[in-house]
Design a protein around this ligand. Structure first.
Ligand code: NAD
Ligand code: UDP
Length: 337
């Protein structure tokens, strides 16, 4: 089965390509390399034993998408491509709505033109806003506090309306919690450009000596140790969730929504300790003010995905930090240019 993977050169997309190949499927990557390097293709080949087809293109380019879908006889699309930095989205809302919302509409229009009717979309736990309680189920109310989150919510709503009008389509919205870690070989991992926004890439860069210390954003939250609590999920488990969605749902027309998380919450200090253990390095940190817009705690109830998709996260916190450290220590500056 040929699968078009938009954003397949990025962090989650590249790991998903490896798992697609492992599962006997054929990924075709469609990525404009805005936030990725072509070297990732060599690494996918090294790890999975097969080099995926690569098309350098923008999801806002309908004719390029139509050509890719036709030429490669695509059966399903996984749509990772988009912009993802919350802070940047506040500065550049137009770019976020254009890439994330318009990009998805153009993609669906291209799929419709060619008759490809299976889509998996990368959504986020951010659509739950500040949840009233934890764990979070898929039926919790949704809301957005920044343009990035709003773009995800808008896409979810557009796709829901579209699927209602086109009941022969299968559209799956996967709401990711906090993906971390890397391929266990250390050949592939997260390679943020500039100063990392997220906790784990920052911690790994401190461990490898690229940054002096971690700033912990607040220790006065109503959580066991006062720092924020999140549901960190190994990127390989997340990748497997996409394979499960493709395998199980391609014959189940409809609009499906799943949380992809472990169901466990870990604090910032838990993550720092786990990373220290994995790396044997001390992570110096300073407690600073809360980051505006952050919530105290957020973790998934993944039981719907467990039941319907036959999928569950199996990798431990120690796997996440050990594999993350392997990638960072073998590739201190990330992928080569
Ligand atoms: P990433 O930036 O590593 O990957 C996104 C890829 O999309 C990049 O390779 C980039 O070059 C490409 N891209 C961006 N705009 C494009 C466009 N207009 N046309 C073609 N390609 C384009 O990000 P990631 O962490 O792998 O995230 C993948 C998806 O998952 C995103 O949609 C993101 O919003 C979502 N998500 C990520 C997280 C997370 O914490 N990483 C959490 C929840 C949801
Ligand atoms: N965090 C932190 N320092 C950092 C980055 C993040 O203390 O440099 C905290 C943040 O406040 C939150 C947790 O780590 O409690 C996870 O943040 P991240 O940005 O990785 O994910 P998200 O906020 O999207 O859940």
């Amino acid at each position: 089965m040929n699968v078009l993977v938009t954003g397949g050169a990025g962090y989650i997309g590249s790991h998903t390509c490896v798992q697609l190949i492992e599962a006997g499927m054929t990924p075709v990557i469609f990525d404009n390399l805005y936030n990725a390097k072509a070297a990732v293709l060599d690494r996918i080949e090294k790890v999975a034993g097969k080099r995926p087809e690569f098309i350098q293109g923008d999801v806002r380019d309908k004719s390029a998408l139509v050509a890719a879908l036709k030429t490669h006889d695509i059966h399903s699309v996984i749509h990772f491509a988009g912009l993802k930095a919350v802070g940047e989205s506040v500065e550049k809302p137009l770019e976020y709505y254009d890439n994330n919302v318009n990009g998805t509409l153009v993609l669906v229009d291209a799929m419709r033109a060619v008759g490809v009717k299976h889509l998996v979309f990368s959504s986020s736990a951010t659509v739950y806003g500040d949840p009233a309680s934890v764990p979070i189920t898929e039926s919790f109310p949704t809301s957005a506090t920044n343009p990035y989150g709003r773009s995800k919510l808008m896409v979810e709503e557009c796709l829901t309306d579209f699927q209602k009008a086109n009941p022969e389509w299968t559209i799956t919205l996967l709401r990711y919690f906090n993906p971390v870690g890397s391929h266990p070989t250390g050949e592939m991992g997260e390679d943020p450009q500039g100063i990392p926004n997220n906790l784990m890439p920052f911690v790994s860069q401190v461990a490898v000596g690229r940054r002096d210390f971690l700033s912990i954003f607040g220790n006065d939250y109503p959580t066991p140790d006062g720092t924020g609590v999140r549901d960190y999920i190994h990127v390989m488990d997340l990748a497997d969730g996409h394979i499960a969605a493709l395998k199980r749902l391609n014959h189940r027309k409809g609009l499906h929504i799943y949380n992809l998380g472990t169901g466990n919450g870990s604090s910032v200090l838990d993550m720092v300790k786990a990373f220290e253990l994995a790396s044997g390095k001390q992570i110096p940190y300073k407690i600073v003010d809360r980051r505006p817009g952050d919530i105290a705690e957020c973790w998934a109830d993944p039981s719907k995905a467990n039941k319907d998709l036959g999928w569950a996260a199996t990798r431990s916190l120690q796997d996440m930090t050990t594999d993350g450290w392997k990638w960072q220590s073998l590739n201190p500056e990330g992928y080569p240019e």
